[in-house]
Design a protein around this ligand. Structure first.
Ligand code: GAL
Length: 570
């Protein structure tokens, strides 16, 4: 009876229907699942099938194989250690036919070493503010709280909140102020040289923060914004410089007010209150609009109300405007003039009102790269411009947007004006009410963040931060990796070696060093002779592995499929 029951359970298990065609024997698949840090593998088949499931690991650091065991039960736990990159291959052999299938999977592994308990500065070494504009800068120090903060050399008008570490106030006299940021807790003191540059330029390093689109799409609400902003503070992402909190499309009311002004819909009951709350935590507020009469999501756009809308945004405390072409197409089509000037016009118009506001507003152009925006974006004083259409969380998008489309654009990025290859697609995403894990593999995610940092790209987290797991926090909070994105020289990387599926991207850094990304674009694990490539590039010196935060010998290293080694040579 018991045997019958057991067989029944096995048949039930083996009878799951969501199989897909793979190799022989027909309609059997192997599926790895990873949830809450636990990983397992199962045989999926629509019919009753018996055989042996075997698991073998390949340690990507040492190159050693690991015996993961064997079972006849149709599923097994993957013995996974989060600190190790191991490629597990499961093989199932059908008892009746002797035929087998196999599949490989790399569970999430964390490379970023834990931050010390003592204060450590993780932000950029320079910050630009216009004379007289409010400074809103949460100093990016990690370490145990409570922590106290002070600033040496603070110019007149600037103030520091000693408890929260928020630099505020206004400085009216232009100039470079060389400060020392000081953070102290029971474990130690950190002193960080820092330049406050009061002048015409803002965004001297690429913006970092969060945007609602890739997670919530048109279902975003004030509550959801606050939930991710709170998590940015609580999970320590603000201690690494993530400070813009950007509301994307669907905040707008259905109709304008009698005086023509715009207001928010019911999902955002108090925009000014939200702005004040963000500023109180040293975070900045971002908003979305369109030069058209409607936005991409068919909400109200700013056409004909540009000045009024900018004034409203200013009154809410907006620090970032994403200005999305989309609905402007109808206006554009009315005019037979298709010269560059007609692409520039709506952005130039908004620029006038945006820069007239008594606060610094990051101007983000979103027109998916039409009319080679990188050639004129700086002329409308844009702080960044989208260089692509919308990103999605697949390797095809990452490869095309990241590697193919950005390769020729390196000459156009510079402090104050950045190429924007779109927002990050790691963590829980969904573009709507239902969120799910990013579909990128763990190594594709390392590649994504490495490449975006090498590209000096905007780093706008696109996921629900309140549901962010430890892996994603560690992925987004590696201070040595982020330092490449935030390097004040602001030079975007370019591909310097393309050797089949191996690509080397490189960018010069302000301290004389060079950042390198060694990417394996193939579907296979590859042993890559990094030393040989460095020689080819005439690069010598200490080789620092930025993800692992340790110096390494310039030898050969295993790189996972679609994976990366990110290095600094100094
Ligand atoms: C698209 C834009 C997206 C998002 C969306 C909102 O045009 O590229 O990033 O802002 O509109 O409707």
């Amino acid at each position: 009876m018991i045997l019958k029951l057991l067989l029944g359970c096995l048949a039930l298990f083996l009878g799951q229907t969501n199989a897909r065609m793979t190799t022989e024997p027909d309609i059997i698949d192997l599926r790895f699942t990873e949830e809450n840090g636990n990983c397992s593998v199962s045989v999926i088949s629509p019919s009753k099938i018996r055989g042996e499931l075997r698991l073998e690991g390949f340690d990507l650091e040492s190159g050693e194989t690991i015996d993961g065991g064997v079972t006849k039960s149709g599923s097994m736990v993957v013995p996974h250690d989060k600190a190790k990159a191991v490629r597990w291959t499961a093989s199932f052999t059908d008892k009746k036919t002797g035929q087998s299938i196999s599949k490989s999977f790399i569970p999430k592994y964390i490379l970023t070493p834990a931050a010390p308990k003592s204060p450590r500065y993780n932000g950029p070494s320079v910050f630009g503010v216009r004379p007289g504009s409010p400074i809103i800068l949460r100093l990016a120090f990690s370490g145990e709280r409570p922590m106290s903060f002070s600033v040496e050399g603070l110019p007149e008008g600037a103030v520091i909140d000693a408890r929260e570490g928020i630099l505020g106030g206004k400085v009216s006299v232009p100039g470079d102020y060389n400060l020392t940021l000081v953070a102290e807790n029971e474990f130690g003191t950190c002193r960080q040289p820092f330049t406050l540059r009061v002048g015409p330029k803002i965004a001297l390093t690429p913006p970092m923060g969060w945007n609602s689109w890739n997670c919530w799409g048109l279902t975003v609400s004030q509550e959801k914004v606050i939930s991710s902003a709170s998590a940015i503070l609580l999970k320590g992402l603000a201690d690494y410089g993530y400070n813009y909190i950007n509301i994307d499309d669907s905040w707008e009311a259905d109709t304008r007010n009698a005086d023509g002004s715009i207001s928010a819909n019911d999902k955002f009951p108090d925009m000014k209150g939200l702005g004040d709350w963000l500023h109180g935590h040293g975070l900045r507020m971002g908003i979305y609009s369109s030069p058209g009469d409607r936005t991409c999501g068919n909400y109200l756009g700013s056409l004909g109300h540009e000045k009024q809308d900018m004034e409203t945004f200013n009154s809410w405390g907006v620090d970032y405007l994403k200005y999305d072409w989309c609905g402007y197409s109808r206006e554009f089509d009315k005019n037979p003039d298709k010269s560059i000037a007609s692409f520039v016009r709506p952005y130039l118009k908004m620029e006038e009102f945006l820069r007239a506001q008594p606060r610094d507003i990051f101007y983000s152009l979103c027109q998916y790269s039409t009319a080679e925006v990188w050639k004129w974006g700086h002329a409308v004083d844009a702080n960044s411009w989208r260089t692509t259409s919308d990103i999605r969380d697949t390797w095809a998008f990452l490869y095309d947007i990241g590697f193919v489309q950005q390769a020729p654009l390196y000459p156009y990025s510079q402090p104050g004006h950045w190429n924007d290859p779109d927002m990050l697609v790691v963590g829980q995403l969904g573009w709507g009410a239902h969120l799910r894990d990013s579909r990128l593999t763990v190594d594709e995610q390392y590649t994504h963040i490495s490449l975006w940092c090498l590209l000096a790209a905007n780093l706008l987290i696109g996921c629900d931060v309140s549901r962010m797991d430890d892996f994603t926090v560690a992925l987004l909070c590696n201070n040595e990796v982020l330092a490449i994105d935030q390097d004040p020289l602001g030079k975007q990387a370019r591909p310097v070696i393309v050797d089949g599926d191996i690509q080397i991207w490189s960018r010069p850094l302000s301290d004389g060093g060079t950042a390198i990304g060694v990417f394996n674009l193939s579907e296979e694990v590859r042993k890559v002779d990094i030393g040989r490539y460095l020689e080819q590039l005439s690069l010598s010196g200490t080789v620092r592995d930025l993800w692992r935060q340790k110096d390494i010998a310039p030898g050969s290293y295993w790189i996972a499929p679609h994976g990366v080694r990110m290095l600094k040579i100094k």
